[in-house]
Design a binder for this molecule. Structure first.
Ligand code: SAH
Length: 218
């Protein structure tokens, strides 16, 4: 039986269990939890993987890329919110479009960029039925940010950088927050950057494991 064909109630109950688990894992922001409850994660992965969509595990999305486990998605967004409104958001690494859909419920606008054309097409197909009017997808090298839509109140990078790209720092609005995994291989940690006027405050958060941030487009 195709799990994609499961009834909405079944999927919603699986998400409720996922949200309960996120609470026990320490996610506190109710708006983030509500957004995680609302987005049908199983519709963003291959049918054969849909049964694991709500488990606490990363999943392959094709093109040797992965979607992070629900805890990491929720934690990054919670750190990004930091008690403010998300406002206008740049997501670098749209992948299958899942995180963009979660962000769209908390943001005024989401600009999600992806460097692999085939994945961007997949994200578009996944997002279409959800009819989210405030998500824009673009094929671009996100290490350069998205100058035509900058500045952003919030920037989330879904791939690990060796160092924070200067363009992303430059495209952060005053009062803005940016979250990025920094490091290589197994040695990665989330870096939170808060812009207060001309000052950029940096704090290190938990250890994570992301695919690398690459340059150029495919
Ligand atoms: N947030 C995604 C998962 C991202 S996986 C989701 O919800 O599905 C990381 C993604 O970052 C991959 O799709 C990879 O192709 C993309 N990526 C890596 N470097 C990039 C760059 N410089 N610009 C844009 N996307 C990039």
């Amino acid at each position: 039986m195709s799990v994609r064909a499961v009834d909405a109630g079944q999927a919603s109950r699986a998400r409720a269990r996922m949200v309960d688990r996120l609470r026990t894992q320490g996610i506190r922001d109710e708006r983030v939890l509500a957004a995680m409850q609302a987005v049908p994660r199983h519709q963003f992965v291959d049918e054969g993987l849909a049964f694991s969509a709500y488990d606490d595990t990363p999943l392959p999305i094709g093109f040797q890329q992965t979607i992070s486990q629900p805890f990491v998605v929720a934690r990054m967004i919670e750190l990004l919110v930091g008690g403010r409104e998300l406002g206008r958001v740049l997501e670098v690494g749209a992948g299958c479009g899942y995180q963009a859909a979660v962000l769209s419920r908390l943001a005024t606008e989401v600009y999600a960029v992806e460097r692999i054309r085939g994945l961007l097409d997949r994200a578009r197909d996944n997002l279409r039925p959800l009819r989210l009017p405030n998500v824009r997808l673009k094929l671009a090298d996100g290490s350069l940010g998205l100058p035509e839509a900058a500045p952003f109140d919030s920037i989330v990078v879904a791939a690990a950088a060796i160092g924070l790209p200067q363009a992303l720092r430059d495209q952060l609005a005053p009062g803005g927050r940016l979250i990025v995994p920094i490091g290589a291989g197994a040695q990665q940690r989330l870096l939170l950057v808060e812009r207060q006027g001309k000052v950029f405050k940096e704090s290190w958060c938990e250890a994570v494991r992301f695919v690398p941030l690459l340059t150029g487009m495919e």
